[in-house]
Structures are given as C-alpha cells and as structure tokens.
Design a protein around this ligand. Sequence first.
Ligand code: KIV
Ligand code: NA
Length: 276
Amino acid sequence: MLTRTDLQKMKTENRKIAMITAYDFPSAKTAEKAGIDMILVGDSLGMVVLGYDSTVKVTVGDMSHHGKAVRRGAPDTFVVVDMPFMSYHVSQEQTMQNAQKLMQETDAQAVKLEGANEEILRATRKLTEAGIPVVAHLGLTPQSVNVLGGFKVQGKDRQAGEQLLRDAKNLTDSGAVALVLECVPEELAAIVTDEITIPTIGIGAGPGCDGQVLVYHDIVKYGVDRLPKFVKTYADFNTIGIEGVEAYISDVRQQIFPAAEHTFNIKDNQLLPKTN
Ligand code: KIV
Ligand code: NA
C-alpha cells in the first residue's frame, strides 16, 4: 500500500498518481487488481449508486457502509473516504467524531473535506494533529452546488484564481496530504501544482496536476447517461450489461436456460413420482 511519503515522492519524481472512485466490494476489487494508486470512496456515491441528484443527501452512515465494503474489496490500497455534507460544519467536536467514526469503521488512510474557509483549515489542522490525514478539495465543490449555482468550472477569472491559489497554500500549511482540484482551468491547476508542495489530483483540471481521479462508473459507462466533458470512457458496461440481461430474458422465455449443465439431479430417479 502506498503511503503519504510515496505520494509525495511521486510528485517530486513526476510520476503521475492514478486514482479512481469505488463504492462497493466488486469495484474496489477491480480497482486494486488493476493496480490503482489510490481509491476514493466519494460522496458522489449519492448520485452514482444511490440515484440522488446531488451529494447533499449522503450521510456519514452511508459513507461508512460503502467505505467498509470498499476496504474489504481493496485491503492493500490507499483509501480516502469523503466526509459528507454538513458532517464537518456544525462544530469542531462533531467534525472530530465523524472523522473518527469513518476512520475506525472503514479503516481508511485519509478523509476528504471540501473547501478552505477558516473552519475547514482549523479542522484540517486538528484532524492531522489527531492522526487523521486529510485530503483537501477545491474548485468545484459539489457539496456547495446549491450555493455555487450548479456544476460549473471554477476559478476562471483572475480574482477567483488567486483566491484558489491562496486556499491551496493555506490547506498545505494546515497539513493536508493531497489536494483534489475539480473543474478548474488547466492553467490555474498547473500553477497551483507548481506552487504547493503536496500532490494535486485533478478531475477536469487538465494534465498539469500530479495525478488524476475519475468516477468509476463514468470510466466504464455503468449506469450513467450523460457524461461531463472531462471524462474519458474506457469501457461500455451499459451496452454489455443490457445485452447480457436481454439474452438471459430471451433464454428464459425460450426455455434455453437452464440447460442440463446448470441443473442438479437426484441420485436415484426411482424415488420420485414421474411428473411427465
Ligand atoms: O465524490 C467524488 O467522487 C469526488 C471526486 C469527484 C473528486 O469527490
Ligand atoms: Na466528493
């Protein structure tokens, strides 16, 4: 399993970090088998596997439930678990308790928090001091979608860009182990990557980041319809899945399935009455 030190070294040596989300046992198992560097149990699970229209409905219980399954599927991979909506905003005490619960129940290597206001910086510092590594997240922060006014590219003008760079530096100073940059112009992401010492992991943030993260179901087109511009797909589970299920339905209806090889028999046929 990679460590914080390994990730840091990858940045220094310009070896890109490949990260993917996972939400359950099979996706985690597949990601680990394929050799992924890091797994994110993203609160995107609310949209991707629970069918909500944002991440706002996701609870600490949901994150723990899915995080545990991911850990069982990928016991040897660096796992980051998202702290969900409002689980780190009410009070410092509640933040610590929620992070403790997620770390202890899922056995993760780090938690992820969105934003960089005073409270988030303080929480990042306190969690780090308590032994809980924090991954930060700037740019498009989906938990604030209702404040941002939609899923839009962030940091496009000079003022917003300078603010994002300041935020990134503050998060680094507060002890964050890595920074996710979501939906920001590549020029800005490249500057931030250059200017801070911790690895940046981009999603819709161009090739200049130290690593990339994408949503599992987007990469393999599984249960998703419209995809954002920044996604590249590498498989089409939707098509394969529908074709497979259609073939199964057809086989059942035509009595092709089950065949003899799928069927069990008793040892002595004499024991049962003849049915036809
Ligand atoms: O929840 C998620 O999938 C994320 C990534 C998009 C970074 O936070
Ligand atoms: Na997230």
